[in-house]
Write a protein that binds this ligand. Structure first.
Ligand SMILES: Nc1ncnc2c1ncn2[C@@H]1O[C@H](COP(=O)(O)OP(=O)(O)OP(=O)(O)O)[C@@H](O)[C@H]1O
Ligand SMILES: [Mg+2]
Length: 209
């Protein structure tokens, strides 16, 4: 389903502040696979997330989703941004469903799966904790029924109960949903993946799959 061929990515390419984030990454991920991506800070995990979800085209090599350039799938992939507040542009939780054109009942069910009740709907995003904001962002993504979800550090800032709720919510996704989870906490993320890819300095160093 996803195929990367010798993917490289240089931020601000052709400028004096060009910065290489990915180098020579080749991998394939099958439909329905649950994959963890880990590695030290600055190893290229978030950049890889953007490439996998089709938000940016690689500056070298090729990225495909179902045989077409990954950027052509950008409206049907779901990317959870590492910086959650940048993801939720609506003023309240309920307004988030309108923004994505999600059916209100589907959105509510998705919020329930992430541990909220209906009292969350009128809440202002700016008055919520980071963990709550992240679960709201995830509920919006899950409700969109994307065939591919790329989650960049979904567990960061979540308490133990929220982590379990997230595990259960991912478990409840259709088996055909491909989920790539970027994480620096491999132990807490273990239930989210059956295959682990490790990056270092923008290169793929291990792939258990
Ligand atoms: N928007 C950007 N502009 C310029 N350089 C960037 C940008 N985003 C990332 N980089 C650089 O690319 C490299 C990889 O960064 P990236 O954010 O992909 O790594 P990461 O593994 O997600 O890091 P972290 O664990 O801190 O989230 C780093 O050297 C970083 O400074
Ligand atoms: Mg990152």
């Amino acid at each position: 389903m996803i195929e990367l061929q010798q993917v490289g990515y240089v931020h601000d390419d052709d400028s004096p502040w060009a910065s290489r984030a990915l180098d020579g990454i080749s991998l394939s991920i099958q439909r329905g696979e649950r994959v963890l991506v880990t590695g030290p800070n600055g190893s290229g995990k978030s950049t890889l997330a953007w490439v996998l979800a089709g938000h940016v085209a690689p500056t070298e090599g090729k990225a495909f989703i179902d045989g077409s350039p990954a950027t052509e799938s950008v409206t049907t992939t779901g990317l959870l941004l590492q910086h959650t507040r940048l993801q939720i542009l609506a003023p309240t939780v309920a307004a988030e469903a309108t923004r994505y054109n999600i059916d209100a009942d589907v959105h509510r069910r998705s919020l329930h799966a992430l541990g909220f009740d209906d009292s969350i709907l009128p809440r202002k995003i700016d008055e919520m904790s980071l963990g709550q904001q992240r679960r709201v962002a995830l509920a919006g993504l899950f409700a969109r029924n994307c065939p591919l979800l790329v989650l960049d550090e979904p567990l960061a800032g979540l308490d133990r109960k929220s982590v379990s709720q997230l595990h259960a919510a991912v478990d409840g996704l259709p088996p055909s949903t491909t989920v790539v989870t970027i994480t620096h906490d491999i132990e807490a993320s273990a239930p989210l993946g059956t295959r682990t890819i490790t990056l270092a300095d923008g290169r793929l160093v291990t792939d258990s799959g």
